[in-house]
Ligand binder design. Structure first.
Ligand SMILES: [Zn+2]
Length: 77
């Protein structure tokens, strides 16, 4: 990744939780799939397992906290 992209990424992701950061870094197709899974109330453990299989490092607890709105994201639903 280029420095310019990294700087943009950190600007964009500063202050958000690991799960939100992950969502921001997904490609459009995966982001769509993940948001759909969130809408469909797919369990945290299922999402965490699927994401880890795809190579993302994410803890189930990070997903749970984000969904409950108790993560450190500044803009909560
Ligand atoms: Zn969050």
């Amino acid at each position: 990744m280029s420095l310019e992209k990294s700087i943009e990424e950190f600007k964009h992701n500063s202050g958000v939780c690991p799960f939100a950061k992950l969502i921001n870094n997904l490609n459009d197709e995966d982001k769509k799939a993940l948001l759909k899974a969130l809408d469909n109330k797919v369990p945290d453990v299922t999402l965490a397992s699927a994401l880890r299989k795809e190579g993302w490092r994410i803890a189930e607890i990070s997903i749970a906290q984000h969904r409950k709105g108790i993560c450190r994201c500044p803009n909560k639903k």
